[in-house]
Design a protein around this ligand. Structure first.
Ligand SMILES: C[C@@](CO)(OP(=O)(O)O)[C@H](O)COP(=O)(O)OP(=O)(O)OC[C@H]1O[C@@H](n2ccc(N)nc2=O)[C@H](O)[C@@H]1O
Ligand SMILES: Nc1ncnc2c1ncn2[C@@H]1O[C@H](COP(=O)(O)OP(=O)(O)O)[C@@H](O)[C@H]1O
Length: 299
């Protein structure tokens, strides 16, 4: 018996970051959107626990831990422990989400693992319990379960779906080398010693989202981690300028980077931007729409 669960990449349309809390995490006011770049996880009944990872051509397999450090196995163990049963099953993960790219690929896999184990092991875990286990594993993981477009507060783990009237076209350009999330947050602390306790509010972004107008959304996009990410990787600034000159409405670093996403006005606009960026020498250029669903079982 086996089950396949699909989980999506996320981008942050708004990422307001406040001064670090005593526990080291930063208070956030963020708006996540799940977009159509996916990892698919298949779990097959087996006695032991195992993991096989297959990656798309644009992903370096060396970046994905193969053993107990993989967040898929950590998620399976956490749910098994909670349910008081052994963690058992053979996982196969097909990755298309850039690794260490600011698109929450690991979080998507963890959310998919929680959903797959819950089904295969017949646990019927209540949603609030699954969300709490997800938050224990990582700040972005509750959103990977929920999907769509949602506001995240706290350290990003307290997630509420929001009104989104649009169907938005995105072009995503990953970098060959990932960027460490803790490193980018630490660099934020260095560059912004004056950061306020309360992060920049997501309200203007939410108002733009509700209009369904790409130009309004383009104007409202905001990411407090963009400055530290560009300071660590100056070429990201050049990439944003290039994409905007190829017709995108606005370019933005995705989360902690280094993936850069471009909002386009239409399918044609996205195609033209993608062709322009490929012509400028970017080997990997992905096109996607959002919002899409959170972790869900494929029929
Ligand atoms: C920056 C964001 C924006 O959505 O995403 P990515 O760019 O990584 O995808 C998230 O805040 C990443 O969330 P996630 O990757 O789940 O982080 P966690 O595993 O919980 O934490 C990893 C590390 O990031 C830092 N961290 C994370 C969240 C937060 N609100 N403040 C932090 O300072 C801490 O150093 C923490 O030890
Ligand atoms: N299943 C997984 N997929 C990707 N990365 C994983 C996975 N499990 C653990 N990791 C580790 O998590 C780190 C962050 O990965 P990822 O979630 O892709 O990036 P980001 O936090 O930038 O969104 C990776 O560098 C890798 O060491």
């Amino acid at each position: 018996m086996s089950i396949t669960v699909r989980a999506a990449a996320k981008i942050n349309l708004h990422l307001g970051v406040g001064r670090a809390r005593e526990d080291g995490f930063h208070p956030l006011d963020t708006v996540y959107q799940a977009i159509g770049i996916h990892d698919d996880l298949t779990l097959t009944a087996a006695e032991g626990l195992s993991l096989d990872t297959l990656v798309a051509d644009h992903i370096d397999p060396a970046g994905v831990p193969s053993g107990a450090d993989n967040i898929v196995l950590r998620a399976a163990r956490l749910l098994a422990q909670h349910a008081g049963r052994p963690a058992a099953g053979a996982f196969e993960v097909r990755k298309d989400i850039p690794v260490a790219g600011g698109m929450a690929g690991g979080s998507a896999d963890a959310a998919a693992a929680l959903v797959a184990c819950d089904r295969l092991w017949d646990l019927e875990t209540p949603d609030d319990v699954l969300l709490a286990l997800a938050a224990e594993l990582g700040s972005d993981i509750p959103f990977s379960l929920v999907g769509g477009t949602a506001r995240g507060v706290g350290r990003g783990e307290v997630v509420t779906p929001v009104d989104d009237r649009g169907s938005w076209w995105w072009v995503a350009v990953p970098s060959p080398e990932g960027l460490s999330t803790p490193m980018v947050y630490r660099h934020f602390d260095t560059l912004r010693p004056d950061a306020t306790e309360v992060p920049a509010s997501a309200e203007p972004l939410l108002a733009a989202l509700a209009t369904g107008e790409p130009l309004q959304l383009a104007r409202a996009l905001h990411n407090d981690l963009q400055e530290p990410a560009i300071d660590l990787r100056p070429e990201l600034g050049d990439l944003i300028v290039r994409g905007e000159s190829e017709g995108a409405l606005r370019g933005l670093v995705s989360g902690s980077g280094p993936t850069v996403v471009f909002l386009c006005d239409s399918a044609d606009g996205a195609r033209a931007t993608a062709v322009g960026l490929a012509g400028a020498g970017h080997d990997v250029v992905l096109t996607a729409t959002g919002p899409v669903a959170g972790a869900h079982v494929l029929a």
